[in-house]
Design a protein around this ligand. Sequence first.
Ligand code: PCA
Length: 208
Amino acid sequence: MRVLMTGFEPFGGSDVNPSAVIAAQLAGEDWPGMVAAFRLLPVVTGVETGSARAALSETIAAVQPEVVLCFGESARATHVTFERVAVNLRDGGEDNAGVRCRDAPVEEGGPAAFFATLPTRRMADACEAEGVPASLSMSAGTFLCNEVMYALLSGAACGRWSFVRAAGFIHVPQLPEQARVRGGPSMPLDHLLRGVRASVFSLVAPLG
Ligand code: PCA
């Protein structure tokens, strides 16, 4: 089984993004029956070369994964957050290229929303069973994480990436060192890794 894990580069004035640390670490571990690839996504909106969506498309075409797990950071999150829905709207903060979208669709004329095709409840339960707080979320926001999740689910649903059997998005809280600078909730890296590792295992073990 081929699994692609993505994380984002730092943004918003921070010099680390835990989503990339987690995805790179987990993709580098030995998983029974699973080969994992990691891709770092730029915090850049749109579809041009250099955007997150361009990097995602290129990597999915190269890796042909059956499972795609995209990770992002949410400075407001208190839990490992399993996103259930992506909406066709870009209306978020400024990206690393200085672009801010207002009232723009992710895909012109696309459906209003897509559901994650991951077993989000099972994954959240597996994370909680490790003692790591997890939650299910009905909104990935309207910034780049939602945009990437929407494009991912749209590509899998329309047959462009018909080999993708399960895909979705996980938001992780910021790290304690980030919270010390900008305030807000945080979770230590070893907790994040333990919880996410258990949730990925609960996903891939039955698929294998
Ligand atoms: N979080 C942002 C984009 C990149 C990231 O890690 C978001 O929640 O949209």
